[in-house]
Design a binder for this molecule. Structure first.
Ligand SMILES: [Zn+2]
Length: 110
């Protein structure tokens, strides 16, 4: 009876060890394949990146992100030049986005 319990315990331990090494081996294989830059395992790589929650732009310091930032900055400066018609705070003359300075009194508007 005692022998059979020991055998069961040993079998369970062996199974756990086998599973652990199997998982480690699978993980190592996945990481090894995912670090392959040929694009052959692109899907696998994306999967691993999703698993480890590492954004793609952090892994490959890609310039397209800077491009997006530049576009954003350009959009913001474009928004700053939105058309407007206001009265000059100094002389009350009408000024628009086209005026850097008030045409009447020369007050700097931007
Ligand atoms: Zn003015």
């Amino acid at each position: 009876m005692t022998m059979s319990i020991n055998w069961f315990s040993a079998g369970a331990t062996a199974l756990v060890l086998l599973l652990t090494f199997g998982l480690l081996g699978a993980m190592f294989l996945i990481i090894k394949l995912s670090s392959d830059d040929t694009g052959k395992y692109k899907v696998l790589k994306d999967m691993v990146e999703t698993l480890f929650e590492t954004p793609a732009h952090l892994r490959s310091g890609s310039p397209p992100k800077n491009d997006a930032d530049n576009k954003e900055a350009a959009a913001q400066s474009a928004a700053a030049l939105e058309p407007f018609v206001e009265t000059c705070p100094a002389c009350g003359d009408t000024v628009t986005e086209a005026h850097q300075e008030c045409p009447s009194c020369g007050l700097r508007l931007q």
